[in-house]
Design a protein around this ligand. Structure first.
Ligand code: FES
Ligand code: FES
Length: 152
């Protein structure tokens, strides 16, 4: 066990965990931040996507010991009132079906637009390719990203 000091969604947290613990489980089991979901556990589905210093990463394979002083943002902290341009576009296009993958999809989309405010279809496809949706909401996801890009 070791003590880690984390900056998550603008708040400081302290946790005592094994250094190899994936960030996903620190968030879910120790801090009750359950927006990031467990899908595969091996970086293949994107359900667990968070931002680390504004970069979308798979929290299921990120050991807590590698976070250091970097800031973590989860879906709970993406915006104050669910009003991030990506979240508003998601609502407008009624993207979610079962919803399980959607926090990860939104976090990947938000990171994409942070890095590239006007992505092409191909750039959207490339950025989102690691986020799997078993419900097949891909067409709505792409349209929502385009709407968010136009409104941000
Ligand atoms: S649970 Fe992390 S990528 Fe699937
Ligand atoms: S909305 Fe059901 S898995 Fe994506």
């Amino acid at each position: 066990m070791a003590t880690f000091h984390l900056n998550i969604n603008g708040k400081k947290h302290q946790v005592d965990v094994d250094p190899n613990t994936p960030v996903l489980w620190v968030l879910r089991d120790h801090l009750n931040l359950v927006g990031a979901k467990y899908g595969c556990g091996v970086a293949q589905c994107g359900a667990c996507t968070i931002h680390v210093d504004d970069v979308a990463l798979r929290s299921c394979i990120l050991p807590i010991s590698q976070v250091g002083n970097q800031t973590i943002t989860t879906i709970e902290g993406l915006s104050q009132n669910g009003d991030h341009p990506v979240q508003k576009a998601w609502l407008k296009h009624d993207v979610a079906q079962c919803g399980y993958c959607q926090a990860g999809q939104i976090m990947s989309a938000a990171a994409l637009l942070e890095a590239n405010s006007n992505p092409t279809d191909e750039e959207i496809r490339t950025a989102m390719t690691g986020n799997i949706c078993r419900c097949g909401t891909y067409v709505r996801i792409k349209e929502a990203i385009k709407t968010a890009a136009a409104n941000s």
